[in-house]
Every structure is written in C-alpha cells, then in structure tokens.
Design a protein around this ligand. Structure first.
Ligand code: NAP
Ligand code: MG
Length: 486
C-alpha cells in the first residue's frame, strides 16, 4: 500500500436523532482507496450503546412519522431526488474512491438513487388497501397496509447507495423509521447520502446512520426487540446468520443474497450480441455484482466462435483507476477480494480448467487490479462453477443440448439471474419457465434492473422477498383488517 497521504481526508460520523454525533472518545476506522491505497477518510465505529440510542431515536420518531400524510412523506423524497442530482458528481467520486468502481458507473448509480426516490414518492399514492363484501348488513370490512415500526437496513459495498435507496425509500414512504448500517468499505458514501436526506428537513429520528463492524452492529440490530424488520443485502453466509439472530424476536427479515448467474448460449443465437452481453455482465463493476455473469453455458458447436468473440471484446477493455477517464474496469474492492479471486483461479487450474485470457494481477497498476479472466474446460461441479467468486472471472461450460444447459444452470444453490441467448421462440419460452431464477433475461445479459420491476432471487439467493417494485411493501408493511358496524 502506498504511503501517500492525501492532504484532505473525509470524516464520517454517526447520525442519530437528527444530529451528527461528535463524541470526544469516539473510535474511528479507516476507509481506503483500492485504486491507490490512499486514505480516503475515517468513519465512526458505533458502540453498542450508540446503536441502542439510534434505535430508540427511530422508535420515538415512529408514531409521528407514521401519522404524517403520505404526500408529505413523499415530498421529502421528491426533494431528495433533486438534491442527489445536485451532489451527483461529488457523491459518485467518493464512491469510486472508496470501492473502486469506474466513475461512469458511480454516476449512473446516483441516478438510480434519484429515480428510486421519485418512484417511491409516486408509489406512496398507490399504497392501496382492499375492501371485502361484508357478511352482515350494516357492516363494512376493509384491509389497510400499516408500517411496521423501526426498519434496520443493512447494505453491502458493491452498490453503496442504490441498494440503500431501495430499502430506505420504501421503508420511509410506507411510514417506517430507519436505522441504516452501510458496509464499512463505503461508510463515507453513506455519510453523504444521509447528509442529503438531512438537507430535505426530515424530522429528527426518522433516518439514523450507524457505521461500524457488521458483526457487532449487525447482531445488535438483529437481536433488538424494537427493530421490527431487517432489510439485508449481502452474502448468503451473513444473511443466514442474521436470520438466525433475528428469529427470537420474530421480526420480519428480507434477504437479498449471492448468486452464481449464468448466460446460456444456444447454437442458433446471435453470437455478437451474446458476447457483448456476456462481457458487460461478467466484467462491469469488476465482476463484483450479485447479478454478475460468472458462468457461460454454451452449446458445443458454437463454443469456439463465442469464446473468441468474448476474448476479443475483453482485451479491448481498459483497466485503470475509476477516476481516470476511459477506465472500464477498476480494481477489486480490497486485498481480501483479490486473494479470493486468485484462490479460485488457482483452484480452477487444479481442477482441469484452462485459462484462455487473463489470470494475473495487473502488476504495473499495483494495488488490487486483476485481469478479466476467462477459463474454459470447466465442469458444472467444479468450484468456480458452483461458488460465488465476486470478481472478474468467467467460467465456460460446454453442453450438448438446451436440456443439459438448463440442468447446469439450475444446478447450483443459487437462483438470482439467468440469461438465455437464442432466436428460438420455443427455447426462449421454455427457458423463461424452466430457469429457477428470480430474474430471467432473453437476449440480454444477466445484470440489468428496471425501476418498478421486482428484484430478487430464488433458492439461496434470498428468502422470497422482492425489492424495487411495489412488492417492496410486502416487506415494509403489514395488513390490518378493520370491521365497522354502522
Ligand atoms: P457481507 O459481507 O455479507 O456484508 C453485507 C453487510 O452486512 C455489510 O454492511 C456488513 O458490514 C454487514 N455484516 C457483515 N457481517 C455481519 C454479521 N455477522 N452480522 C450482521 N451484519 C454483518 O457482503 P459484502 O461483502 O458487503 O457484499 C458482497 C455480497 O453481497 C455478495 O455475496 C453479493 O452477491 C451480495 N449482494 C447481493 C445483492 C442482491 O441484491 N441479491 C446485491 C449486491 C450484493 P461490514 O462491511 O462492516 O462487514
Ligand atoms: Mg475501500
């Protein structure tokens, strides 16, 4: 790591009950830039008592926020959407500095935050209930959605603000108050996000920011009696732990977890389009996306040709510091992630895989850069075909039929995203129906989400909940049935 110290470092504090916490004995942890090794800033590590204070603040703010008319709640989100646009560049740069993704992606992500704010503000007007014909005269019966109370949002580093916006804005519009625990890697980006929300004039306690170690803060939130719902995005392993920790208090928990996403390429497919979709899905965000394509399942007769096209496109991608113009692939987020990638590539070779492209660190750039890597001769049960790597590594698996392709696709513990390239109406429709995945794409890569469309995975990629669309309210509200005899 370089010893260069930037002259101006950022400082991230906790935000509790409408105030930035400034305790003389607060302990801090560092946020480092994976492209340079430089210190980006320091962030507060919340103590258990501070987590309690944040939950108490959210609990106190709840009844008034719940009773605030929805259009008024929506007005904060509309204002936030504008403010995110104004600070888009600043926030995007800090995201790139903290976790390495290229600036164009970070800018796009802030755009998603604004769009989510606007979308959820609109959805507020559609938080419809139901009326049911009553079984007695002189009675009416209706069902309404009610918020739950304090929502704890726990988010990963790969999308520092978009995933937070899915959770926080759906929680707020539905009338919940929020305690947010972002990933430590991106705690400074989280601080700017909350600064923007604070600027809208949100009442105190409605949104609280708690940074610090996942295992300490996360456990506290999961076990807290006053936290009524946890919305978590992250690894399957941590999701399982949180589910276990939260079960005693019977709180709701929504889990968006890992994936082992595949692109199926049938022999009748447009190979240029397939190669383009594959490369974008595999190497955008340096492969560190829950929906990243990490397997290509291709019919044998077109394998050679497809791999050639993928390699060609990959070779033209520019690796570099995400802040530099033209960079398309940034560094991995940290040293651990780099070692994970190296370990998997080594294992793939031991298991008989053959590297067709990449497979090395990019030494001249230093730090955590790794070449986009394509490995063929992979069998469906090899480690790199089964386990989530979260890096720029793509396994090529050859098959003899559509049926075999689908069996391989479905043959992992995950079920997040599947894409199928084909010109056959028959196989496109069978694929859509037979893929055990929360997201299915026909003639498109694996990584693409539209506003208003349910997002989430099947099997070990989640626990059945969905985000982004109005189905998010199945997480953030519960039903109350009201009988009125008049
Ligand atoms: P992670 O290690 O599971 O961490 C996610 C969040 O949980 C972070 O805020 C982390 O805090 C916290 N955490 C860590 N250990 C915890 C514990 N024992 N109890 C409670 N909270 C804890 O995941 P990540 O490395 O940040 O992100 C990568 C993973 O996220 C991948 O598996 C990826 O597939 C998944 N992901 C899924 C989706 C989806 O929508 N399905 C989207 C994006 C990413 P610290 O940072 O302080 O450790
Ligand atoms: Mg970092």
């Amino acid at each position: 790591m370089s010893n260069q110290i930037k002259t101006e470092i950022l400082k991230g504090d906790l935000y509790i009950n409408g105030k930035w916490v400034n305790e003389p004995d607060q302990s801090y942890f560092e946020s480092l830039n994976p492209a340079t090794g430089e210190l980006v800033g320091v962030c507060a590590a919340a103590s258990p008592a501070q987590v309690d204070t944040a939950v108490a603040a959210a609990e106190k703010a709840y009844s008034s926020w719940k009773n605030t008319p929805i259009p008024e709640r929506a007005s904060y989100l509309t204002k936030a959407a504008q403010l995110f646009e104004l600070r888009r560049e600043e926030l995007a740069r800090v995201m790139t500095m903290e976790m390495g993704k290229v600036l164009t992606e970070s800018l796009g992500e802030v755009g998603v935050v604004s769009a989510t704010a606007q979308y959820m503000a609109g959805e507020g007007r559609r938080l419809f209930g139901e009326t049911v014909p009553a079984g007695f005269s002189g009675r009416n019966v209706r069902m309404v959605r009610e918020p739950l109370g304090v929502a704890a949002c726990i988010t990963p580093w790969n999308f520092p603000v978009a995933l937070a916006s899915y959770k926080i804005f759906s929680a707020l519009i539905a009338g919940n108050t929020v305690v947010w625990k972002p990933a430590s890697e991106v705690a400074l980006s989280a601080k700017i996000f909350v600064e923007i929300l604070a600027e809208t004039g949100l009442p105190e306690g409605v949104v609280n920011l708690i940074t610090g170690s996942g295992s300490k803060v996360g456990r506290k939130l999961a076990e807290h009696q006053a936290v009524k719902v946890i919305s978590f995005t992250g690894s399957t392993e941590v999701g399982q732990q949180l589910a276990e920790m939260s079960c005693k208090t019977l709180k709701r928990i929504s889990l968006e977890l890992g994936g082992k996403n595949a692109v199926i390429v049938l022999k009748d497919a447009d190979l240029d389009k397939a190669a383009d979709g594959i490369v974008k899905s595999a190497f955008t965000t340096t492969g560190q996306r829950c929906t990243a394509a990490s397997r290509v399942i291709v019919e044998r007769p077109v394998k050679e040709q497809l791999v050639k096209k993928i390699v060609q496109l990959t070779k033209s991608m520019k690796i570099g510091n995400g802040l530099e113009e033209g960079s398309q692939i940034g560094p991995l987020v940290n040293e651990d992630q780099l070692h994970t990638v190296e370990r998997y590539v080594q294992k793939a070779i031991e298991e008989g895989g053959n590297i067709v492209s990449g497979g090395q660190r990019v030494n001249e750039l230093g730090s955590f850069y790794y070449e986009p890597t394509i490995i063929e001769n992979v069998r469906p049960n090899d480690s790199i075909a089964q386990e989530e790597i979260f890096g720029p590594v793509l396994a090529i698996i050859e098959v003899d039929s559509y049926e075999e392709a689908m069996e391989v696709n479905n043959g992992t513990i995950y079920g997040l995203s599947t894409s199928i390239y084909t010109n056959s109406l028959h196989y496109a429709n069978r694929g859509a129906s037979e893929a055990v995945s929360g997201l299915v794409y026909i003639n498109n890569g694996t990584s693409n989400a539209e506003m208003g469309v349910a997002f989430g995975g099947m099997k070990m990629s989640g626990n059945g909940h969905r985000e982004v669309s109005h189905h998010a309210f199945d997480v953030m509200t519960e039903w109350k049935s009201i009988y009125t005899n008049y």
